[in-house]
Each structure stands twice: as C-alpha cells, then as structure tokens.
Ligand binder design. Sequence first.
Ligand code: NAD
Length: 485
Amino acid sequence: MAINWTEAQIEEIVASVMKSLTKEAPATKGEYDGAGYNGKKYIGVYTDMKDAIDAAESGYKAIRAMSLEQREKVIDIIRDLCRKEASTMASLGVSETKMGRVDHKTAKHMLVADKTPGTADIQAQVKTGDYGLTLTEMAPFGVVGSITPSTNPSETVICNSIGMIAAGNGVVFNPHPNAIATSNYAVDLINRASQLAGGPRVLVSSVVKPTLDTADIMYKDPRIRLLVCTGGPGVVKSVLSSGKKAIGAGAGNPPVIVDDTADIRKAGKDIIDGCTFDNNLPCIAEKEVFAFNSVATELIDAMKENGAYLINSEQASKLASIVLVEKTNPKTGIKSKIVNRDCVGRDAKVLLEKIGITVCDKIRCIICETDFNHDFVQHELMMPILPVVRVKDIDEAIDLAVKAEHGNRHTAHMHSKNIDNLTRFARAVETTIFVKNAPSYAGIGFGGEGHTTFTIAGPTGEGLTSAKSFTRKRRCVLSESFRII
Ligand code: NAD
C-alpha cells in the first residue's frame, strides 16, 4: 500500500531532502569508509553531528506522519534487506573490525530480521470504572541518540532502528569508531528501506567520524530526548551522567554452573557452541565455568570432543600476558589490566598461534583449568577462551559464580536437572538473562523462545529492549463515558 502524504508533508520532505543532499558526506572511491562504499555514498551519513541531528529530527516528523501500517511497511522492507544483505554486512563487519566470524554474524543478522519486534510490541492500556475510561498510550520520545558497539555493529543499528521506528521515534547514531563503515552501511540500509516503502530519503542518520566529541554534542542537543547506549562500562556511565533519560546496556561476564545432575555430554557441547558464537563477542556468551569436581573431567572431555583445545597452566599464563595488557590511569597512577583489542573476537587458532601452538581449523575454543582468581575468570575477554574452575558443591559454585559476574546482573547460565539448584542460582545471581540447559544464545531467541535484541539493558532495567522500551507513557482521561457495562 502506497503512503499517502499531504501536500505540506511532501513539501517538508522535499525541503529536508534538498538540505540533507547538500550536507551528506561524499564517499571515498573504491573502498569502504564511514561515508560510503565502492564510490557509492551512504544515505543519511553526515560530516557534522548537528546536521545528522537535523536529519533525524526530519525523520522523526516523517515517522509521526505515518500510520502504523506505513511504519510496519518500512520495517518489513528493513527485514527483507537485512536478510538479503546479511552476508555482506557480516563480511564487512569482520574485515573492518577484525573480530568475529562471517557465518555467525550472518546468522545474527537473520535473527535480527526475524525476531526483532515491530509495531505489535506497542500496546495501549485501558482502565474503566465508575468515573469513565482512562487510556494509557505508548508515545515516542522524539529523536533518540543511540551509541552502538563494535562487537555487533550493524546488528545493533538495525535492531535499534526497527524498535525505535516502530515506537515512532527518529534516531541519530554515534557508532563505534572501529566499526563505522559497517554501522553506517546499516544506517544506509534503513534509509533505502524507507525510500522503497515510499517514505523519506533519510529516516535515520549517523556521522562519518564518530568520536567522544560527537557523542557529547548528541548528549547536549535539546532535541535528543532519549539516549540509548550499548557498550562497555565507560560509555554506559557517561550516558547515565548526561542528565537525560537514558537506557544503558552494559558489560557482562556470564558465568556457567555445571552440577552433578546435568547431562554432561550435552552441557559440554552447549557451552562450547555458546562460548564460540561469533568468537565470544556477544555480551551474553559463556565467559567462565564452575563445574562440580565430580563431573569436571567428563565435562572437559565433552568440550574437547566439540572443538575445544585444553592448555596447561603455564600456557594459560603465557596467553593471559598477551590477551590482557597493563594500563596506567594518567590521573591516579593506578595500574590495571585491560583486554588487548588485537585479540578480542579472534579465532582460537589465531590466539593459540600467539603462544606457539598450531592447531587445525576444527579447534574453535581454548579451555584451561584455573582457580577463581585467574585473569581469565575475572576479565570479560570476549575471546574464545574459557576457564573451568572446579568446585566442591552448589554452595561454592553459586558463591564464586555470583562473584565472577561482578554485580553486572547481565547474564548467567546453568546446566542441571536439579530444580532447587537452578532456582537457588537464579535467585542469587539476579541477572537479566538466565539460561538453563542450552547455549547462551537461546537467551536472545536463537534456539530459544522470545524476541531478540542486541541491546540488553540491565543497569537501567528495561531488560531485553524492544519497541516499547523506547516509548513514554501518556494518559488520556475520558470522564463519565465509554464504560459500556
Ligand atoms: P565500547 O564500550 O568500547 O564502545 C561502545 C561505544 O561507546 C562506542 O561507540 C564508543 O566509541 C563509545 N564510547 C566509549 N566511551 C565513551 C564515552 N565516555 N562517551 C561517549 N561514547 C563513548 O564497547 P565495545 O568494545 O564495542 O563493546 C563491548 C562492550 O559492550 C562489552 O563490555 C560488552 O559486554 C558490551 N555490550 C553490551 C551489550 C548489551 O546489550 N548489554 C551489547 C553489546 C556489547
């Protein structure tokens, strides 16, 4: 069905197209960059953040003018293009960020296309009584400023866009500096979908060179009514200190408990499948295992049968000195360890080569037995490296797993058939996602029930975000009428 614009709307859209055409950045020829690819420039990507916010504001006005059916038409085409271009975005993501795996990133885009809720997620509420009827509607915020990560760059842009557009918002993105071409490819895809649906040329926008300064302009612009941030602790803290309504989706360090009632063969396979998904980049992926001593050896064997390579403690120390680097805080002089960005999301084979071990392509994960204090347990590595800590019983398992999660309240996993143990751990760890007897990705709807998202907002409580997370409630009261009983 074609979108029927009024004359005034058409005039406004033409004016905004003319304005945006002159301000969008030209693409560099022959290669991917933040402004375009292969000589074709991205639509909706600006040199100046102020221009990007202007464009997102025009996009917001255009969305406000659309019916729900028209919004859903744009979203349908976004889903369609996301499926068709999944492998292109996956390859671009891997080549730009040097992280992750093309096959898994392709699957992540398919998941976003299939399981990100659209307008059906927005449900009004009604209360009737002696005084009439009160309607609560889920209204848009206006223009949303979204900060996106390098680990799921185009996935997050598309997933956020579907939810934010379904809710009736405009969006301006400040993508991760290490994933600009991939993130802005997704911005361009959304705008192509809008045009194909008969909507405006620029529905969502971004900048060619996102920096902390462009993020700051976004924070301070009064037209930005909601900030949504997907990333590590630094950036989540910065949006929460902005003085604006903010949704923060932050870091995790998901522990896995395996007790003596679990199906150990299945647990070994599920844990390796989850841990190696996109080379452990998803924030929900298994990061450390606490296994009952009585089943740990069998579990490690099951992991080895499923592509894990067991290293000894000396090799683990050597690897830790490479994948983590020491950083000194210039203000306090305090030293701490941070992950070596050159190792994040790399294949297990590549990481093993760094400590002089050559393996075949079947090896997809590095496992090692460690104690609780080992760096591999304490740091969110986002690499296919999985420490296994032996525990004597459920008390010790829960105690250590909760500590290893560091209070992020993000995600935890457990393999068990003992409902008391499962319940105790779920209660103690208080995470947004708790997956039982399955790979971690079941928690975001991949082989598990429920919708998907790549913005899991633990700190601010929205949980697995969807369109309704990007709305504000508005009440409309009709007194003494419309109660028909
Ligand atoms: P990151 O924290 O390095 O960057 C995220 C974004 O924030 C980038 O666009 C970056 O440029 C920007 N940024 C960083 N500091 C900033 C500041 N002070 N002000 C403004 N912008 C700032 O994230 P990353 O390495 O790409 O992603 C990995 C991290 O994100 C992990 O900790 C992971 O657990 C987390 N993550 C969480 C979710 C979730 O849904 N909860 C999803 C994906 C990633």
